[in-house]
Structures are given as C-alpha cells and as structure tokens.
Ligand binder design. Structure first.
Ligand code: ZN
Length: 97
C-alpha cells in the first residue's frame, strides 16, 4: 500500500487549484481535477484526516517544475505549504508515489 495507495483509498474531486480541503477522510489521497480532466493537485491525508502532503501539477505564480511537492505546515499559517526539496534536489518525494 504505502502512501501511493493509502489504506483509506483514493478519491477524485473536480474544482479549481487550491480547492483541496485541508481536512478529508483519514489515510486517503484526494486527486483534484479541473472540469476537462486535467490533474491539478493531489493531497494526502493523515490518520486524523488533516492534510499532510501536496503534489502540485498546475498552478500560477511564476516558473515551477511540474509536478512538485509541498510539505504541510499546520503550525505556521504564514507559510502553510513550504516547498519540498529532496536530498538530491528532487522536487517530488518518491515516498508518496
Ligand atoms: Zn506548488
């Protein structure tokens, strides 16, 4: 199973970038698509249902490598989604998928 296929399963919603809920079903992954089937963002949810990880496939705000990951910083509302950079400069964390 692991984080790629979490024990609570994978759900899909349609919406806009940023519309992933911060709280969802425990131990799940939620994939956010736009209305024409483009994957926008993925969120991983922990045992308490709080989001623990983001993978972004599309959003505004300048140049980015796609996809890239963000930590979730529940304790710092001023910087709630710090970018992930792996030990070798990776933009995504293979632990999650
Ligand atoms: Zn991003």
């Amino acid at each position: 199973m692991g984080m790629c296929k979490p024990s609570g399963g994978i759900d899909k919603i349609i919406g806009r970038v940023g519309s992933l809920p911060r709280i969802w079903l425990p131990n799940t992954r939620l994939d956010l698509y736009d209305g024409i089937g483009n994957l926008l963002q993925q969120g991983w949810y922990g045992p308490d249902g709080k989001i623990i990880w983001y993978r972004d496939w599309s959003h505004g705000g300048g140049y980015h490598d796609w996809p890239h990951d963000h930590y979730v910083n529940w304790d710092n509302p001023k910087n709630p989604r710090p970018p992930y950079i792996g030990p070798n400069g990776e933009k995504t964390n293979s632990d999650f998928c």
